[in-house]
Design a protein around this ligand. Sequence first.
Ligand code: C2E
Ligand code: CA
Ligand code: CA
Ligand code: CA
Length: 279
Amino acid sequence: AKAVGKGEWRLFEPKMQDALSARLLLEEDIKRGLAAKEFCVFFQAQFNSDKKLVGAEALVRWHHPTRGLLAPGAFIEVAEASSIMSSIDQVVLLRACEQMARWADMPIFRDITVSVNISPAQLYQHHFVEDVLAVIEKTGADPQRLKLELTESMLVTDMSQAIERMRQFKQAGIRFAIDDFGTGYSSLQYLQQLPLDQLKIDQSFVRGLPEDSSSLAIIRAVMAMANSLGLEVIAEGVETEVQRDILFANHCYLYQGYLYAKPQAAEQLEAMMQAEQIN
Ligand code: C2E
Ligand code: CA
Ligand code: CA
Ligand code: CA
């Protein structure tokens, strides 16, 4: 506490007070937005070297009544600090699975995987595995087409627990990717213990291409690691043909990025892919 004038005490500096109330207001606003069903999911296409659609990553968006369309950067930190993130994650998983079920009838989309980001708190939740399996059951989505994206830092929190959970998911056919790969603690020894399918090269390394030689060195190291572990690799944040071609030259054949597709509503992605087919 801090003395301000005679006999008057304040817990925080006015500025801190403002920041705190801003967070609390945002937290309340997120809860309101959830109740009003303002959160939705965008999908970003993932392609192979033939530019065939192979997957889509589900990314949350908030259609805010006054602030417009918000990306996770505008709310995820506050949501993760409180318990609201798990409610957002539930919405995202449900929407993603509903979409997968719909895509099962559309030739271009039938065989793709749909990746869903998992937040740190979620993985260790008591009912996490049951919750995900219940959503799959309810929506009729094919579990073999669902991919969960985890980060290295959330896995090291409790490795044995994480592995146990992942094994349960694997039994249901669900796949795993390590997101933002290369930014964390990756060692071959720890990766070997995890039931993984895919590594996602973080966009910070792709951004460095073609000039930055250390980014290229990291990408090559990731490819070598993935190769020895028998894992698939996808690069994110591919914005130019030059970047894509460097990745191909280094045997990374899967990618997502603004080059061909930004995250967009499912109907937009469908329209884009259909137009592509005609051309
Ligand atoms: P991320 O999982 O690493 O997702 C990739 C981010 O990069 C997305 O930002 C995407 O829009 C952006 N991106 C894709 N291609 C490009 C590109 O070519 N250039 C550039 N500059 N950026 C590109 P977004 O949608 O704002 O999401 C930010 C982060 O928020 C995600 O990073 C993820 O960590 C988190 N997130 C998003 N949706 C969810 C969700 O449903 N649940 C959880 N737990 N986290 C989410
Ligand atoms: Ca991701
Ligand atoms: Ca990522
Ligand atoms: Ca990221």
